[in-house]
Write a protein that binds this ligand. Structure first.
Ligand SMILES: C[S@@+](CC[C@H](N)C(=O)[O-])C[C@H]1O[C@@H](n2cnc3c(N)ncnc32)[C@H](O)[C@@H]1O
Length: 281
């Protein structure tokens, strides 16, 4: 990834994060009253986080990070976007949920920090922003304390192969190819599934900034984890996507509650990928 590509991606996320937050009603009040933006799936993979030092990788605007603080974790969130980290810092103050938010490129953070964590967590659209996943996984392994765990819950890489109506879209195997689309207004498109505090209808202007992303197959991801020295403990595929509706080909799984915020294709496909891995010691 070149410095110019990184700046493009940052600009695209700055724009998108502002747009996404415009759809979310009264977030600080929601968190202050005990509301959570987490889905049961990441809570299950993480296990008991009480008192654990947790690094939230690519934390965006901090809603999930602060929901983890509510569960007792001591959270540090790292993200590339100025807008995301600025929003997260203000949300932490306004919701009275203390956390540390750092604006940094993830690899730069890993290579400079002396901090160590019990958990490194990433979720819902992170790995694609990195052209070198083995490097990223080595960084995760480096900052984990002995017996610490890496926990990830991602959109399954097969999802990008399906466009509107289930038509073939992007290739599953695309090593080194830069998909340089702008970050979309997927929060607006999810019409409430990503706004548990309440959905606000807001105008959606196209994002003028291209972002750079790469496709990584399940094999690429698992091999990157294994080659980082971490021991893979769990790999799970899910038939639904939490909060994210890739196209209208995916429909809500249920009429209410969490099932109304999960999306499924009309055929049986893996839609999310979960993994946990542990550092020896
Ligand atoms: C889809 S969001 C992740 C959502 C997040 N899990 C949450 O809790 O809301 C992806 C995030 O990755 C960040 N990002 C992209 N490239 C990055 C990089 N090289 N280093 C750090 N963060 C990056 C973006 O700024 C964006 O906030």
């Amino acid at each position: 990834m070149t410095p110019k590509e990184l700046e493009d991606t940052r600009a695209s996320w700055n724009f998108a994060t502002k747009q996404h937050n415009a759809h979310k009603h009264e977030q600080a009040a929601f968190l202050r009253s005990g509301g959570s933006t987490l889905f049961p799936d990441e809570v299950e993979l993480l296990g008991d986080v009480k008192g654990k030092r947790l690094l939230h990788l690519c934390c965006n605007a901090g809603q999930d990070s602060l929901s983890l603080v509510q569960l007792g974790a001591v959270v540090t969130g790292v993200d590339l976007s100025d807008e995301a980290i600025g929003f997260a810092t203000a949300l932490s103050k306004d919701s009275r949920l203390p956390a540390t938010f750092i604006r940094s490129e993830a690899n730069a953070f890993f290579e400079s920090t002396t901090e160590r964590f019990d958990l490194v967590f990433f979720s819902y659209g992170v790995l694609g922003w990195f052209d070198d996943v083995p490097r990223l996984m080595k960084g995760c392994a480096r900052v984990l304390s002995p017996a610490g765990r890496l926990v990830g819950l991602e959109i399954h890489p097969l999802v990008w192969s399906f466009g509107e109506g289930g038509a073939w879209k992007d290739p599953y195997f695309a090593p080194g190819h830069d998909f340089d689309d702008p970050v979309s207004n997927y929060v607006g498109e999810a019409a409430g599934a990503l706004s548990p505090s309440g959905h606000v209808a807001a105008p959606s202007t196209p994002n003028p900034n291209r972002a750079h992303s790469w496709q990584h197959t399940v094999g690429d991801i698992v091999t990157a984890v294994a080659s980082s020295g971490l021991q893979l403990e769990l790999l799970r595929e899910y038939p639904y996507a939490n909060g994210f509706r890739p196209t209208t080909w995916f429909a809500p799984r249920g009429a209410e509650g969490v099932e109304a915020r999960r999306f499924v294709p009309p055929v049986s496909l893996p839609v999310m990928l979960g993994l946990t891995a542990r550092k020896h010691g």
